[in-house]
Design a protein around this ligand. Structure first.
Ligand code: BGC
Length: 747
């Protein structure tokens, strides 16, 4: 389905103005408008306040109305009712000193009313077009309620599955995250920000938030500057180039300086080096938290630091509002500096067309949760599913098989939507239970555990009984939505509650066991994996998770998802990522003995001396990029067009991919490169490109990738972006651990 078809009606519906008494200010010239504003009114534009959810005009607090009338606020977050949004705009236009419209913002993270898979699931589709379409739909729905600014996409590199916000990320890889981040920005913002269905995107969180020590949310981060450039900054650079309207500063302290007052990262890197001139907004209270971090003595100093670090807008806390005028009076900040910030905010309002049309038409309400949008969400859910194990081709299920559907998340209308859902409603979800019943008719269903954290095993007997009477067991478990997301980090990532016990009890029946996992992160399965015959990772796939999962189980669709994160065997391996360094003692190069096999009273030198864990080894459970199909795919040997390239050449790598099975396949063909010798140690592999290729049974295709020197540049020990000629390796492979390398040199 073409998104343009979906949009046509919406744009027409939005085009005619709502009639209100006074027209908004017309800042053909923003400088003109600035001249008519007092310093206090300018500072007012830098304030983003929170409005408690208000359904009707009568619910709008007096303090909110007063703040607008006094010109003390430029933006609100969390208004989500159309009448309220229009009324707030009316007050701003008709009753505030300069008639400047408001920026109304809300977290629209993976859908507004129609909920798409969590971002980590979207990344598993490796389909940027799909991600763009999802963001477009979210924008159409949210803008129908007057929301013109969202705080997404989150493009924090996430190497640690303990961190709850990994769910909101596109995973561990800078290239995949960049591609998905750009797609998302393009979807939210549309072709033109002034289109009433476009909303400004916010790339977040700047910077390094995902590197929280021990995966504990908000925790300290230490990232050496070259690593920051090579791993954490590329997605931000990509979205800045793609025209992201705003960026949000992070909560964490990075190398000792809290990110929201960090002049080096925000002013030097983001503004000066990357050339970002959009709105830089803080996270919720993150400016004043500089005091709690212990780098600012008081709120005034926090405001000064954030302002000097080139932050434009403060979210919720009011240190700018209360202190910037005094700081200007004291000569610590110039009015010109304030003007620069206000100009960026007014410019965004102008780009969004708010000066021409601040109001939203009520006629657009019907787009929300429409059948067309739900169909796109179901396709997105289907593409996010990753088949991780399928012994004896248990899946797809065979016609006529008697099914026992067991587990706490089989009928989880709320939890299947995942974290950071403010507006999706569970009444609009279709669960796995509903979808499987619709497909298979009579099945045996036992919830067995009330929720994913439950330890009450009373219903296990009923579950085992149902399993015994069936041909195949489908267990749906994992993590409820509330076990991942902001402030929802876990120190251990095993299945919560008594789920492992339940899986063991089900396996003991001798029936084939399919596990459908719903979770906001990879789950530690090491102990339990041998009991599982087939495993499908579904993340939290959104409103239409049920039909998508059912279609996959019954083979109406092919599994196409691939992991956007390295899946550890046990929590203790974290942080874990495929683009690690070789070390001086790579475990792959040395004999390795597991702890169990050591001789008793083994001496100091019996351990193999390699970078590994003696109890678990070094390999992940499933590598980055991994995912099975219902068909079989063979990769031919990768080749390089030349053995030696000149730097100015383009470098081309190819491999033949063949569908050797009986079903169609959509293969995510991945190109990895290793820069073998560098002035600093380089990752063992780096994803540089990927292509999704659909092949019918028996068909094959040569898949080629072309790179340029620019794609192989990196930041050296002095944080200089360099290209270093020499020996390289390339892999054209189905995942980060597969394939044979082809070597080439660049002079
Ligand atoms: C989160 C942001 C979010 C903001 C506004 C914060 O707690 O870190 O990602 O956009 O709240 O809701």
């Amino acid at each position: 389905m073409k998104i343009t078809t979906l949009l046509a009606g919406c744009i027409v519906g939005a085009s005619s103005a709502v009639a209100f008494a006074k027209a908004p200010a017309q800042p053909a010239d923003i400088d003109q408008l600035l001249k008519s504003m007092t310093l206090e009114q300018k500072i007012g534009q830098l304030q983003q306040s929170h409005i408690e959810e208000a359904a009707t005009i009568a619910d709008i607090p007096q303090s909110v109305k007063d703040a607008i009338r006094q010109g003390k606020v430029g933006s609100f977050l969390n208004a989500n009712s159309l009448v309220v949004a229009n009324e707030l705009q009316r007050i701003a236009i008709e009753e505030s000193p300069n008639g400047v419209p408001l920026l109304l913002a809300r977290d629209v993270i993976h859908g507004y009313k129609t909920i798409f898979p969590i971002p980590l699931g979207q990344a598993a589709s490796w389909n940027p077009e799909g991600v763009k379409q999802g963001a477009r739909i979210a924008a159409i729905e949210a803008s129908a309620d007057g929301i013109r600014w969202t705080f997404a996409p989150m493009i924090d590199i996430s190497r640690d599955a303990r961190w709850g916000r990994i769910a909101e990320s596109f995973g561990e890889d800078p290239y995949l995250t960049s591609v998905m981040g750009v797609a998302s920005v393009e979807g939210y913002q549309g072709d033109d920000l002034s289109d009433p269905t476009s909303i400004a995107a916010t790339a977040k969180h700047f910077i390094g938030y995902g590197a929280a020590e021990a995966g504990r949310d908000y925790n300290t981060t230490y990232i050496p500057t070259p690593l920051l450039h090579n791993q954490y900054l590329p997605p931000f650079e990509a979205v800045v180039k793609a025209g992201a309207a705003s960026i949000m500063s992070a909560f964490n302290d990075l190398n000792g300086i809290p990110a929201s007052v960090n002049r080096y990262t925000m002013d030097t890197i983001l503004r000066k080096e990357m050339g970002f001139d959009g709105v830089l907004v803080s996270d919720w209270d993150s400016v004043i938290e500089a005091v709690v971090h212990g780098v600012a003595a008081d709120l005034k100093e926090a405001a000064l630091m954030a302002s000097k670090a080139s932050l434009d807008m403060e979210m919720v806390s009011t240190s700018f509002q209360n202190n910037l005028a005094a700081l200007v009076a004291e000569g610590k900040i110039t009015e010109a500096e304030i003007n620069t910030k206000v100009r960026r905010i007014l410019h965004l309002k102008q780009e969004l067309g708010l000066f021409e049309q601040p109001y939203t038409q009520a006629s657009r309400q019907a787009v929300k949760n429409s059948a067309e949008f739900r169909k796109v969400a179901q396709d997105a859910a289907a593409e996010s599913l990753v088949l991780l194990k399928n012994d004896n081709a248990i899946l797809p299920l065979k016609a006529g098989q008697k099914i026992a559907l067991i587990g706490p998340l089989a009928d989880a209308a709320h939890d299947q939507m995942g974290t950071w859902v403010l507006d999706g409603e569970k009444k609009n979800s279709v669960t796995v239970l509903e979808a499987v019943k619709a497909e298979a008719g009579k099945i045996r269903y036992v919830r067995a555990l009330e929720h994913s954290r439950s330890y009450d095993t009373d219903d296990f007997k009923a579950a085992v009984k149902a399993a015994k009477k069936s041909d195949v067991i489908v267990f749906v478990g994992g993590e409820e939505a509330a076990l991942s997301g902001e402030a929802h980090s876990r120190a251990g990532i095993r299945l919560p509650g008594a789920q492992e016990q339940l899986i063991s009890a089900l396996k003991a029946t001798g029936k084939p066991l399919v596990v459908v996992l719903m979770a906001g992160r990879p789950i530690e399965l090491h102990n339990i994996l041998p009991s599982i015959d087939a495993l499908v990772m579904t993340w939290h796939a959104g409103s239409l998770a049920g039909p998508a999962i059912s279609d996959l189980l019954f083979g109406h669709i092919e599994p196409v998802g691939r992991l956007p994160v390295t899946w550890p065997k046990v929590t203790g391996q974290l942080p874990m990522y495929y683009n690690q360094k070789n070390t001086g003692r790579p475990p792959t190069s040395r004999p390795f003995i597991f702890m169990e096999d050591y001789p008793i009273e083994a001496n100091q030198h019996s351990l193999g001396h390699a970078a590994t864990h003696m109890d678990i080894g070094f390999a992940p459970q499933f590598p980055f990029g991994f995912g099975l199909s219902y068909s079989t795919v063979e990769y031919g040997k990768a080749s390089s067009q030349k053995a030696r390239y000149a730097r100015k050449d383009t470098y081309t790598f190819s491999a033949e991919i063949a569908n050797t099975g009986k079903r169609p396949v959509t293969e995510v063909v991945q190109l990895y490169i290793q820069d073998v010798i560098g002035s600093v140690t380089r990752p063992v592999k780096e994803l540089k490109h990927f292509k999704r290729v659909t092949l019918q049974p028996g068909k094959k295709q040569v898949v080629s990738f072309t790179l340029k020197a620019e794609d192989l540049m990196f930041f050296n020990a002095d944080a200089q972006r360099v290209f270093e000629p020499g020996l390289f390796r390339a892999w054209v492979a189905p995942h980060a651990e597969a394939g044979e390398a082809v070597e080439f040199t660049i002079q």
